[in-house]
Design a protein around this ligand. Sequence first.
Ligand code: TA6
Length: 279
Amino acid sequence: KEGNSGSPVVVLKHACGSSAEMYLYGACVTSWKQPSGDEILYVRPDAVFDKSKPISGGIPHCFPQFGPGAMQQHGFARNLDWAVSTASADPNPDDKDPSVEVVLTESDYTLKMWPYKFKAVYMVSLHGEQLTCQLRVINTDDKPFDFTAALHTYIEVLAIEKAKVTGLKGLTYLCKAKDPKNPEIKTEDREEITFSGYTDSVYLNSPSHVELEVGTGAAVALDSSGWEDTVVWNPYTTMKDCYQHFCCVENAKFGKAATVAPGESWSATVTLSVVDVTK
Ligand code: TA6
């Protein structure tokens, strides 16, 4: 369908009533709804869809660089059009899980920033009420390359003061809150991470299961493989109009860059699901 600013959007609808939407611009999933109609992701009020900048919200890509560095912040994958390679029909009367696969390959624009030929393949699917996002990066060049990456997932919360992230206790993390270029190295001693100020932390070697309690009695669980690190970000009062309403919990490959030999590939997956934490 046509999304905001006439930008093409892929819609997935599951027979159980869940749905998801992804802009081809940035392969950014901007909506994931439960059968009740509840939206789980968050798109910032300053988001624009006219391709003048990356979409601020949903699940933007950070590739082939997470954060600042040699190239533009978070790399180029979030501000380029990806192409649909395969899609399964929606809605599926037989309850089959709908999915779409999109690809991004090198261009003059990317080669100027990152001098490698590559193919990134991103598959988004609904498994009942769950959303699965799988990224595969194939080295189509004749020399090895390194990259860092993340899925910069914005999740809606009732109020940031009620949000809690669990599953990261005991981990070493890079605290980027004071100086993003010179992060402090800390050890997480909290069972539940809560928010009372600007938070920008990269947890290294995080477990495959992390949860964000959103303040309504529900949590969003992120079950991942291949990603290795988890970023927790809330801009707090630096983004006055919206910081209360979202928390970013991001699957990342950052502590140790991925190295891919010619003809080889790297892949990582995350499945998001809504769980009831009142039971
Ligand atoms: O993932 C956290 C982070 O890297 C922060 O350091 C902050 O810059 C944020 O992403 C947002 O980045 P953006 O370029 O989307 O404004």
